[in-house]
Design a protein around this ligand. Structure first.
Ligand code: HEC
Length: 131
């Protein structure tokens, strides 16, 4: 009896450590920001710019912001009403398949390559407003 309940405790401790490690790793961005900028310039800048609204909204300060958060840009209803906060996870999901993350959104673009997504997300994370 005793040894069995110890085993349960140990395995749940192990589980906790693993999920803690996973939570930790999700905070650290592993993308290459310089590669990310190249990809951004080549593929995103057709519709986006860092500090101007074009076909899509400007990206300055996007990391940590609510989706649909640029006041001067006219988003789809889907994006304006969305409760998504842009983070490494949500941006990766968005770039993988925007429609799956926020149905009825209007961005007709997605990225197949996981490393390219990591790099672009790392670059987006650098676009901060320093106050
Ligand atoms: C064909 C045009 C087009 C391309 C190319 C494009 N986007 Fe978009 N993007 C849009 C549009 C349009 C929206 C607004 C969607 C809406 O309102 O539903 C958008 C929205 C976004 C948003 C949400 C921003 C916010 O303020 O909530 C992010 C993040 C984003 N795009 C990232 C990217 C990245 C990174 C790339 C390049 C890998 C990219 N987009 C390429 C058109 C594009």
């Amino acid at each position: 009896m005793r040894s069995q309940s110890y085993r349960v405790v140990i395995s749940s401790l192990l589980l906790m450590t693993t999920s803690f490690a996973m939570a930790q790793s999700s905070v650290i961005t592993t993308g290459n920001t310089l590669k990310g900028k190249e990809i951004y310039d080549a593929r995103c800048s057709a519709c986006h710019s860092v500090d101007d609204n074009r076909v899509g909204p400007m990206h300055l300060g996007v990391f940590g912001r609510k989706a649909g958060g640029v006041k001067s840009y006219r988003y789809s209803d889907a994006l304006s009403k969305s409760k998504v906060i842009w983070s490494r996870e949500t941006l990766t999901a968005w770039l993988t398949n925007p429609e799956a993350l926020i149905p009825a959104q209007r961005m007709g673009y997605s990225m197949d390559n996981a490393q390219d997504r990591e790099d672009v997300v790392a670059y987006l994370a650098t676009l901060k407003v320093i106050k």
